[in-house]
Design a protein around this ligand. Structure first.
Ligand SMILES: C[C@@H](O)[C@H](NC(=O)OP(=O)(O)OC[C@H]1O[C@@H](n2cnc3c(N)ncnc32)[C@H](O)[C@@H]1O)C(=O)O
Ligand SMILES: [Fe+2]
Length: 558
């Protein structure tokens, strides 16, 4: 079979959409018909959205089917497409059920197989496809979601995600407050043109992030009569800088050098410019598909549907139930082969070691290093200044505090917050990422418990922020053996003082997520982290960690 033709149907929330994709004709030739639901007031009402799907889905399906028949060169006795693919979730239950019913009926009428597609995976696969990237980091910036994904061992792993609402929903809530019609994203983008910068809360935790603080602050600024264009401008500068920062951290942690963008918010030019600038600055490749493939559309469903169909990944009708909370990491990835090696090792060997946000220059003779937080061109200069200064000061303070509690950390010899520069001892022989063991991650569990007991969090405990080995600076050499295997925590720049169990649990969660993203056997390793934590820390934190991990974050907001 040299080429296949797939009919895709999308209808998770606002877009009633159908498409035909012919693998021989290519992506540019994908034929898409979309009928958008536009609420008269407020946000998306689930019932109205379902009524829209009910009316519009048959219409768009009929139109693309006509197109499929017209462009089909096979005999009349054969169906004009080889399979019907549909969005199974995540999304609004009533909408999903209408789409699934239409898809089942069509697959039976045409006597072709059914393919059930995860909407979030479709948002990112379309970009990987058009960019022809091998194994990119994927940033999904859509209405109801915001997350970072990377493929590893048969699954898309969630490296980081929003701790509250999706990014589009966050923006739409602000515009609702201001009285603008749905969707708000394009209106914020237009208003931002005339805006000036004001400070808003900036919240990232490792590769996770949260929008609730910034959204209430933005509403408050508007109520305080700050010009709405200034609030819009600063919302974009802050929210997109957060997304760009976590995307860069994901590239750094995994050692990958390709980034793709997906989701409706990806249509925003400022977000794309920031991501492009970040990637250019670190020498990574960036790709965003054209807007018609970023916002919800059935083209992306048909394209991923074709790959799943080619892999034999079809669905019997009796197994075709929809899933409103369908997570991307639940999807067995049947259409990709092999695992992906990275260029991390090459980078590691370079003398200038490039983390996500700082450059470290090593002087091998003295065993000391200079760490500079370089300006990020993607960030607004005022925000950039603020973050680099704050983080340099915090890193210095918490690094020393941790060592006082008995956790190995580099010894600092100089701090210059104004210049965002630290002089510190160079420790360890390797990043934990490249030298993982059960024993070492258990030690990290103990270290995290120790600092939590002392009232602060690391903020970004990834496998790249842990150094291991016997080599290193003065603190190791002064031990009698000098050979002892040690585990250092470094890079406390995202840390802060807190006595909230939730913050401690998040700290652990960030570490576990980085194990999931960078190792092959995360379950046993995560178990060991918790064992280590339990030896020193509070059982309550481990209980909260379970709650954090079970939290269904993908709820379509209305
Ligand atoms: C589950 C599914 O239904 C959901 N889809 C979804 O939310 O539609 P999507 O097309 O991916 O994204 C819509 C969001 O994208 C925002 N948006 C559209 N254009 C924008 C722009 N120029 N700037 C910022 N946001 C924009 C809208 O405000 C809206 O919040 C999802 O993918 O999370
Ligand atoms: Fe979407």
């Amino acid at each position: 079979m040299s080429h296949t033709r797939i009919l895709g149907i999308e209808g998770t929330a606002w877009a009633a959409s159908a498409a035909v994709y012919d693998t021989a004709a290519g992506i540019d030739a994908v034929f898409i018909e979309t009928d958008a639901y536009e609420p008269e007031s407020g946000g998306i009402h689930p019932r109205e959205a379902a009524e829209h799907m009910h009316d519009a889905i048959p219409r768009v399906v009929e139109r693309v089917l006509e197109h499929a028949r017209e462009t089909f060169d096979g005999p009349d006795s054969e169906p004009p497409v080889d399979a019907v693919a549909f969005s199974r979730g995540p999304g609004l239950g009533p909408c999903l059920r209408i789409v699934a019913t239409a898809a089942r009926a069509l697959s039976q009428a045409l006597a072709v197989p059914l393919v059930g597609v995860n909407h979030m995976v479709a948002h990112l696969e379309i970009g990987r496809h058009t960019a022809a990237f091998g194994s990119p980091i994927c940033l999904n910036a859509s209405g109801a979601n915001a997350h970072l994904l990377a493929y590893r061992n048969g699954r898309y792993r969630v490296l980081g995600e929003t701790m509250d609402t999706g990014v589009g929903n966050a923006i739409d809530k602000f515009t609702r407050h201001v009285g603008w019609s749905h969707p708000g994203g394009p209106k914020v983008e237009a208003a931002a043109d005339d805006g000036e910068y004001i400070d808003l809360p900036y919240v990232v935790k490792g590769m996770d992030f949260s929008f609730s603080g910034i959204m209430s602050a933005a509403k408050q600024r508007y109520d305080d009569e700050i010009p709405v264009e200034d609030v819009c401008f600063s919302l974009q500068e802050t929210i997109f800088a957060m997304l760009t920062e976590v995307a860069e951290r994901a590239l750094s942690v995994t050692g990958r050098d390709e980034l793709v963008l997906g989701g409706g918010v990806g249509q925003n030019a400022r977000l794309r410019a920031m991501l492009a600038s970040m990637c250019a600055q670190r020498g990574a490749d960036f790709h965003a598909p054209e807007p018609r493939f970023l916002r919800d559309n059935a083209g992306m469903i048909a394209v991923l549907g074709a790959e799943m169909y080619a892999a034999g990944d079809t669905l019997a009708i009796e197994h075709s139930r929809v899933d409103p909370n369908f997570r991307p990491d639940q999807v067995p990835v049947t259409w990709r082969e092999g695992d992906d090696r990275t260029r991390a090792d090459r980078l590691e060997a370079e003398r200038e070691i490039r983390g996500a946000e700082a450059v470290v220059d090593l002087d091998p003779a003295s065993g000391r290093a200079t760490k500079r937080r370089r300006p990020k061109r993607y960030r607004h200069p005022e925000l950039d200044e603020r973050l680099r200064r704050e983080r340099t000061t915090l890193e210095a303070r918490l690094t020393s505090l941790a060592r006082r509690e008995g956790v190995p950390t580099p010894v600092l010899s100089d701090v210059d917050p104004h210049d965002a520069r630290l002089e510190l001892e160079y420790v360890g022989e390797a990043d934990l990422r490249d030298a993982v063991s059960i024993e070492r991650v258990r030690t990290v569990g103990r270290h995290l418990a120790t600092i939590h007991e002392a009232g602060f969090v690391h903020g970004d405990p990834t496998t790249r922020n842990v150094r291991v080995g016997s080599g290193g600076g003065s603190s190791t050499r002064s031990t009698a053996s000098g050979e002892r295997d040690r585990t250092w925590l470094i890079d406390f720049g995202l840390g802060y003082h807190t006595d909230h169990v939730e913050d401690y649990a998040m700290d652990l969660h960030v570490f576990e997520q980085s194990l999931v993203g960078t190792t092959d056997d995360p379950d046993r390793l995560c178990e060991a982290v918790r064992d280590g934590y339990r030896e020193v820390g509070d059982e309550q934190v481990l209980e909260r960690l379970r709650a954090v991990e079970n939290r269904g974050r993908y709820v379509v907001d209305s």
